[in-house]
Design a protein around this ligand. Structure first.
Ligand code: ADP
Ligand code: ZN
Ligand code: ZN
Length: 728
């Protein structure tokens, strides 16, 4: 943008897919791209972000308004990250203002200084009085008041002590007051030395290490426990030595404190963690530390891909197959895919690591777009776990547990092993059923059944969150109602009754709710106090359970016949990921998969040839069916409280689509979603399929202006999902 650009294009936090033209502020320097400004917007004042400058505007000069004030002295993002954001708005066809505002810490959306002082908390006079005289303080309140009384306390430190909620409460009461202090570098670790690399690790490290400084995408396919994290750490050390920074994306951090602790111990620099459990002020502090270069390593979940980092030298995406990298509502982006674009634009390597790479990434490696590196062996002495099937047609299950599984649990407990039981369904039972008349408790707002939470005597919908008291007799026939099927709560009771001497820890979203819960649960496993671990997918997320010798997978069949084209990929990944938790120390692991369809080709290929064999077969199936990665998809998703209006809208949208058969374009639908009604809204979609990205993008660009102009009935919402994860 030249100094003469008389017009500034500004994006606001609105669903409008456009920027707005403004005259520069009356005095002072011209704000550059990525700086926030305050300007009249409609009938109010709003904060916007300058996106570009322009020589002229389409608007008549008399209607141009002037920017009132510039909020930032430097842009919020470095040029590459800002470029990535604008590219993403374009590629995902999402309003640019919403993209930019979603990518900044919430605390900056109102114009707060981006690189300002650090907020610390201290005891107010009222707080001191309360501490001295109030006998009714809770233990957390007292702890926090004492903490802030002893020394000024950083919001981050308070949150790390698990007192974030207490802080908000006491600040509201005026017992704590905030003061500004100059920013502080986050603490650095000691820089502990790592182990000597295995030959495979050394090969991976050498190959990527030699290519630092240029773009290259590396797929690090390493079985669980093969030392992928160690390879990332070595590469990051190397990058830090050259004065550059590193960005590490992970599916969840709140659930994997071990990973963060390991990075902190090994890397002698300040590290910030960015994840959804941060409060606004903690997030802002972390963001500032990254943006200012104070913390040259950022570990974060999905949205951390937009963190500004000066001199970025390496991007790592750990567990690259994980669905949580795709945002499923609002701005529907894939952080994994954007990590690759960011590395390309920055001209640095990106490492995608997984024990179960996505079929897309494997296909990219096969096509030579990524370079494949394998770590086929574990670093410990234990070999790969043995996978076995239990045929549920031959062995009846009691509360979901077959006799062979029970015998194996008994055997492993007797040999001092730990047991992991995987059931991807929380609650007591998925169904409340009337044996008298066949009634099943439905959710009033969804096409779904209510899940029984027996301990709380509640019925809950796992799709919309609706909740009601659990009835005990049928309203229609008076018979006593019966919970049917099993969830983790019921299994906890069953296992507790069968193995009373084996303490059990349950890990699922109901059991792990507060900060500190996961640490406590993992501690009891690590210390050996817990003998049986029971849980949902939460268990498959990167934890290290060295003493687990037996894994039992209870309901494999759920994923075998899923409606979505990715259902079998997900199931295979879950089985291999959960199996990988077993026997990481020096004990070999055993994995039992219960299934009523043991001859299913997916299970057979997983057992005979492992994940790689499964993936080869699955990719062939996708090719035959024309699914990604052999085609490109986009969805136009819409939902509405009125089914007929939804259908009419999608039909009209379809009519509007420019006719274009080039590039194998096909438009399918409208079709209802697999769960047509959720939270009181009907859901349906149009599916757009093409052979490549370019024709798909061209069509979307030509189609969207028409869609924007289309009359939209009250309450109807629509969105575009480019590269959707699910199409059912
Ligand atoms: P992954 O990320 O592939 O699951 P990790 O890097 O976490 O694997 O390594 C698994 C375990 O092996 C960890 O406890 C780690 O400390 C250890 N480890 C990794 N590399 C080595 C090595 N070269 N020598 C000895 N132990 C190692
Ligand atoms: Zn009944
Ligand atoms: Zn519901």
């Amino acid at each position: 943008m030249g100094p003469h650009a008389p017009i500034l294009k500004v994006a606001f936090d609105t669903p409008l897919r456009q920027c707005f033209d403004y005259l520069p502020p009356a005095g002072g320097a011209l704000p550059g791209p990525g700086m926030r400004v305050r300007a009249p917007f409609g009938r109010r004042w709003a904060i916007g972000v300058v996106v570009a400058g322009a020589e002229r505007s389409e608007l008549p000069a008399g209607r141009l308004k002037r920017i009132h004030e510039v909020q930032d002295a430097v842009p919020l993002w470095d040029p590459v990250t800002l470029g990535l954001l604008l590219w993403a708005a374009d590629y995902y066809h999402h309003p640019v203002g919403e993209v930019l505002f979603a990518a900044m810490p919430a605390a900056l959306r109102d114009g707060t200084a981006a690189l300002g002082a650090r907020l610390v908390w201290r005891l107010s006079a009222a707080g001191a009085a309360a501490l001295a005289s109030s006998p009714r303080l809770g233990p957390r309140q007292r702890q926090l008041l004492e903490l802030a009384g002893a020394a000024e306390a950083d919001a981050g430190a308070i949150a790390a002590a698990g007192l974030g909620a207490t802080l908000r409460e006491l600040a509201r009461r005026g017992w704590l007051e905030s003061v500004e202090r100059p920013p502080l570098a986050p603490e650095s670790g000691p820089g502990a030395p790592g182990p000597v690399l295995t030959a495979d690790q050394a090969r991976a490290f050498t190959a990527i290490g030699a290519a630092l400084g240029n773009y290259g995408a590396w797929l690090l396919h390493g079985v669980t426990g093969s030392g992928k994290t160690e390879v990332y750490l070595r590469l990051i050390e190397r990058v830090l030595e050259t004065g550059r920074s590193a960005l590490v994306l992970v599916p969840e951090i709140a659930l994997t404190p071990q990973l963060l602790a390991r990075f902190r111990e090994r890397l002698p620099v300040p590290i910030v963690a960015l994840h959804s459990a941060l409060g606004d002020s903690e997030r802002l502090a972390a963001w500032r530390a990254a943006a200012s270069g104070t913390a040259p390593v950022v570990i974060g979940t999905r949205s951390a891909v937009f963190t500004p980092l000066p001199a970025l030298g390496l991007v790592v995406v750990d567990e690259e197959h994980d669905p949580s990298f795709k945002q499923q509502d609002g701005f529907r982006y894939s952080a994994r895919d954007l990590a690759i674009v960011r590395a390309q634009r920055q001209d640095v390597p990106v490492v995608l690591g997984s024990a179960t790479p996505s079929l897309e990434s494997l296909a990219n490696a096969a096509a030579g777009r990524y370079q494949l590196l394998s770590l086929p062996e574990r670093t410990g002495r234990a070999g790969q776990p043995r996978l076995g099937l239990v045929d549920l047609r031959l062995h009846a299950a009691r509360d979901g547990l077959s006799q062979p599984a029970l015998s194996a649990i008994e055997r492993h407990l007797g040999a001092d092993g730990q047991i992991l039981v995987y059931l991807n369904r929380r609650g007591w039972a998925p169904t409340l059923f009337c044996p008298g008349c066949g009634w099943v408790a439905p959710c009033a707002a969804c096409d779904a059944r209510l899940t029984v939470h027996l301990r709380q005597a509640r019925l809950r919908c796992h799709h919309c969150g609706a909740e009601e008291p659990m009835p005990f007799a049928c309203a229609r026939c008076g018979a006593e109602l019966r919970p049917v099927g099993e969830g983790t709560q019921r299994l906890e009771a069953t296992l507790g009754a069968l193995f009373p001497a084996a303490p059990l820890v349950r890990i699922d979203r109901d059991a792990i709710r507060r900060r500190g819960d996961i640490e406590r649960a993992l501690d009891s496993v690590a210390s050996g106090r817990a003998r049986i671990l029971l849980g949902t997918q939460m268990l498959t997320k990167g934890h290290d359970f060295p003493d687990v010798t037996l894994v039992v997978v209870l309901n494999a069949d759920q994923g075998l016949f899923g409606a979505d084209f990715r259902a079998s990929e997900r199931l295979a990944q879950q089985i291999i990921q959960v199996a990988g938790r077993a026997g990481r120390g020096d004990r070999p692991g055993e994995v039992l998969i219960q299934s009523a369809y043991p001859e299913h080709p997916l299970l057979q290929s997983l057992i005979a040839e492992g994940y790689a064999g499964f993936a080869r077969r699955a990719l062939e199936e996708r090719r035959a069916a024309g699914w990604p990665p052999w085609s490109r998809l986009a969805l136009l998703c819409a939902d509405s409280p009125v089914r007929a209006e939804l259908h009419a809208f999608l039909c009209a949208a379809r009519e509007l689509a420019p006719a274009d058969a080039a590039g194998g374009l096909r438009l399918l639908g409208p079709a209802p979603a697999a769960m047509e009604r959720r939270a009181g809204r009907f859901r349906a979609r149009l599916l757009l399929e093409a052979q490549g990205r370019a024709p798909l993008q061209r069509l979307l660009s030509r189609w969207l202006p028409g869609l924007e102009a289309l009359r939209r009935p009250r309450g109807l919402r629509w969105a575009v999902d480019v590269d959707p994860l699910e199409v059912d």
